[in-house]
Write a protein that binds this ligand. Structure first.
Ligand SMILES: [Zn+2]
Ligand SMILES: [Zn+2]
Length: 425
């Protein structure tokens, strides 16, 4: 049997180009060929792809068939494993493992076999990258965490970026908080077992996140939490922009209406009808949180966020194991979360701006960046971003985040900073 752990690194994402041109919004149902929405039919074999017409389904057949067949075959295998497990006479496994061995599925041969098969189904669904696939992958993985308390397959890292892609932000926040604050005593026992219900508790996205600051904090959870905070920050920028334009022209009831349409996260609707001044306070709070998380990340690894801004250099690296702070760890992180970062319009641009400001301020090797900066300003993608090489840039950039937010009037473009103008003279 294929070692399921190997599959957590998808072979399919080898460069960020596969995302370019893709949607930068929450995942939704659309035709895999022409992107049409509305009336679509689902591929009956894999149930993770949709098409607007028979014609488009046929047209996509060559590309789609391999992944489609794998999902179908593995789902059938999962049914067999499920049936065998429920009807076992094996003395090491209880016949009602789903009741009696909850949390301990990794410990017995048959239950482990079941988990491995289910993992492969879930991961293929995740890799499909569609709304149907992502919803199903989260469902499988959450239930597997309930069954397998030890989480040997690192499912807890794959789930948060998918939740963010679906705008299930509150669940994502709660999920991370639960894992980072669950109590494990010295014997590794006596902690609350995972149950998907922990995700539905109310969340206050502005509460203190000091609980992330501990020695064993997971890089993957820091990354997802950072993305969540930046997502909310972008919503607040959008609210402030809208407010600037409409505050003196529309009634408060109409602000609320507009607000609902300029934000992406449900959590941000909390702030609709707040005054401009109050929004600025929220913005500052979110900036502090992002700086705090960025600082924690840069203590652990120097490869973040360089990898997010120059992904192709990292995605080529093949990795099997990882150690804390290693480049391999960042490659794992990129594989499980780059899609989510890409899906959130504005966040990568914001990081890029902060990085650029930090580089300009450090005044090192500025001559060599100029061509790259010009390319970026012309909206072209560049690889080997030169100022990523500035010493300690991964630490310095976080302090520049508030300034990057202030200058990010158009988040799709690198703004011309006054400093840059002086520097060009
Ligand atoms: Zn179509
Ligand atoms: Zn299919």
């Amino acid at each position: 049997m294929t070692d399921p752990k190997r599959l957590i690194i998808p072979a399919k994402i080898t460069e960020s180009k596969s995302f370019e041109g893709g949607r930068r919004e929450a995942l939704s149902n659309h035709c895999l060929v022409c992107d049409a929405e509305g009336k679509l039919s689902r591929c009956s074999a894999c149930r993770v792809g949709r098409y607007c017409s028979r014609e488009h389904q046929l047209q996509d057949r060559e590309r789609h068939k391999l992944g489609c067949r794998d999902i179908k075959v593995l789902r059938a295998q999962l049914q067999v494993d499920d049936h065998d497990l429920r009807n076992t006479t094996d003395p090491t496994t209880s016949a009602n493992a789903f009741d009696l061995d909850v949390g301990r599925f990794w410990e017995f041969e048959m239950t482990r076999q079941y988990i491995c098969t289910r993992f492969m189904v879930a991961d293929l669904c995740r890799l499909a990258g569609t709304l149907d696939g992502t919803v199903e992958a989260i469902e499988h993985m959450q239930d597997m965490l309930r069954l397998c308390d030890s989480d040997h397959l690192d499912l807890r890292y794959a789930i948060p970026p998918m939740m963010l892609q679906l705008d299930r932000d509150q669940e994502c926040y709660n999920f991370i908080k639960w894992w980072q604050t669950r109590h494990i005593d010295d014997n590794g026992q006596e902690h609350e077992m995972y149950h998907p219900d922990v995700c539905s508790r109310p969340a206050n996205p502005l509460e203190s996140i000091a609980w992330l600051d501990h020695d064993n904090v997971d890089v993957e959870h820091l990354g997802a939490m950072l993305l969540l905070k930046l997502k909310l920050l972008i919503d607040v920028i959008a609210l402030k922009r809208a407010r600037k334009v409409i505050e003196h022209r529309l009634d408060v009831e109409l602000w609320t209406y507009v607000d609902r349409h300029v934000v992406r996260s449900k959590l941000s609707t909390e702030w609709s009808s707040k005054s401009y001044k109050e929004l600025t306070a929220v913005q500052q709070r979110l900036e502090q949180h992002a700086i705090f998380i960025g600082g924690l990340l840069s203590k652990i690894t120097k490869h973040f966020p360089a990898a997010l801004l120059d992904p192709d250099r990292y995605l080529k690296i093949s990795v099997e194991t990882k150690t804390r702070g290693s480049i391999e760890e960042t490659v794992f992180l990129l594989h499980s979360s780059y899609g989510a970062w890409w899906n959130h319009e504005g966040v990568l641009e914001l990081l890029q701006n902060a990085l650029f400001l930090a580089a300009v301020k450090s005044k090192a090797e500025s001559k060599t960046w100029l061509p790259a900066v010009e390319q970026m300003m012309a909206g072209q993608a560049i690889s080997n971003v030169p100022f990523l090489k500035v010493k300690n840039i991964n630490k310095k950039m976080w302090q520049c985040l508030p300034e990057a937010v202030d200058t990010a009037f158009d988040l799709n473009q690198l703004p011309t900073f006054p400093m840059l103008r002086n520097w060009e003279k």
